[in-house]
Design a protein around this ligand. Structure first.
Ligand code: CTP
Length: 398
């Protein structure tokens, strides 16, 4: 619930803007106060009168309004909220935010606020996929801006793909996740997830079959318990968790740098399937067949072990470090030895032999290895494993 919470809702000018009216209603039903700000383009889709009627609040539209400034200045407005939400967030608004522009009330509030910002993007799929927009999204994620969506689906323009505004209920859930209390409130947890890609040349890379599903579910479950989560993921197709700080990386080395930059944290969960080796001096040009039948020879170097590096940290070591072990045989023995070798507190071990169907599947059967020994969990959905693990982490940090 959102009782007593105050949301500053910036409504941008996109075809999904009509959903922002349902969002206002949903947020109020959950107990929040919603103060709407509508951009000039937003007003082409939603009138200030409808937003005022549904929110029962004054609606702000103009940076240079003498009466508004006299009643509540824009700086005060930007601070007088528990969370600033932009829904729909257009390509234009994301661009302004990423570049620190402030040429209207909405962008000025976004630049002036000292509160967390959650955006729900909505735009045509080609716009969403445009490198300029993706650059802005990456910059905003790095700035700690929270994202809800976009999702995939049929669009008003007749195209199909990512770019759709997520439904108001899901935006409200992401807002709750960003604001909630819960046993992990005030705790920062770093989660790694997905595979890493180690380049061979500009078009080829070494990767593995990790889907990122388990790590994503863990990040979501930790966030649902109130943790502030930094989610560091290699290239994975799975939809990113909402309401968490997402950092996208390619290689093991980039993942280690992102983890080190994200610390300090109370806990760290290393669910990523990090490549153990990288190709030394990956070619910056595509390696060509030269016609002689000679085969390319790749030299490998060992990647840094992120789990072992963080486990061995002195002062900055998270209180609880959790690693994963994907094994195909003698699971408990190997995982117990891995726990000792890597110096982490817990190992979540699973049997990934092909007959289990776990790698790439929706279920998992894990054994939690801690100082106290091995604890078998029954086979269950990856979401359930995530919730159970998040609850155990909350207990350990209490
Ligand atoms: N891990 C890591 N950095 C690496 C390799 C692994 O952080 N360079 C982490 C994984 O995220 C996981 C744990 O270490 O939490 C176990 O990884 P795994 O690949 O199973 O272990 P290895 O040390 O590679 O052992 P083995 O090759 O014997 O299975």
């Amino acid at each position: 619930m959102l009782a007593g919470k105050r949301i500053l809702l910036i409504i941008g000018g996109g075809v999904g803007a009509f959903k922002s009216l349902t969002l206002i209603r949903t947020l109020r039903e959950r107990g929040a106060r919603v103060v709407p700000v509508i951009t000039k383009a937003g007003q082409e889709f939603v009138t200030p009168l409808s937003a005022a009627a549904l929110s029962a609040e004054k609606v702000y539209t103009d940076l240079f309004s003498l009466t508004d400034e006299a009643e509540m200045g824009h700086i005060e407005l930007s601070r007088d909220a528990d969370l600033v939400v932009v829904a729909p967030a257009t390509a234009d608004l994301l661009g302004k935010m990423a570049n620190g522009l402030a040429d209207d009330l909405a962008s000025t509030l976004l630049l002036a606020t000292d509160k967390r910002v959650l955006v729900a993007p909505a735009m045509n799929v080609r716009m969403w996929e445009h490198p300029a927009v993706q650059r802005n999204v990456a910059a905003l994620r790095n700035d700690g801006v929270l994202f809800a969506g976009p999702t995939e689906g049929a669009m008003a323009c007749g195209e199909f793909g990512p770019g759709r505004l997520v439904e108001p209920d899901e935006i409200a859930d992401a807002i709750e996740a960003a604001l909630k209390g819960g046993p992990l409130a005030g705790k920062h947890v770093v989660v790694t997830s997905g595979p890493t890609h180690e380049p061979i040349d500009p078009v080829r890379y070494i990767a593995n079959r990790s889907s990122g599903a388990q790590g994503t579910a863990i990040a979501q479950a930790l966030s649902a318990l109130g943790a502030s989560v930094t989610f560091i993921t290699g290239p994975a197709d799975v939809v990113r968790p909402t309401g968490v700080h997402v950092i996208e990386v390619q290689t093991a080395q980039e993942m280690l740098e992102a983890v080190e930059a994200a610390l300090p944290a109370e806990a760290a969960v290393f669910a990523a399937a990090v490549a153990d080796w990288r190709v030394v001096s990956a070619s910056d040009r595509k390696i060509k067949k030269d016609g002689s039948g000679a085969l390319p020879v790749l030299d490998f170097a060992e990647n840094p072990d992120i789990l072992a590096t963080v486990s061995a940290m002195g002062d900055g070591r998270p209180q609880l470090v959790v690693g994963f072990a994907a094994e195909t045989h003698d699971v408990v023995e190997h995982a117990t030895a891995k726990r000792a070798r890597k110096g982490c507190d817990w190992i979540v071990a699973n049997d990934v032999s092909p007959e289990t169907g776990i790698m790439g599947g929706s279920e998992n059967a894990v054994i939690l290895i801690s100082e106290g020994g091995a604890e078998d969990w029954p086979r269950m959905g990856k979401d359930e494993v995530a919730r159970k693990l998040a609850a155990r982490i909350a207990e350990a940090l209490a």
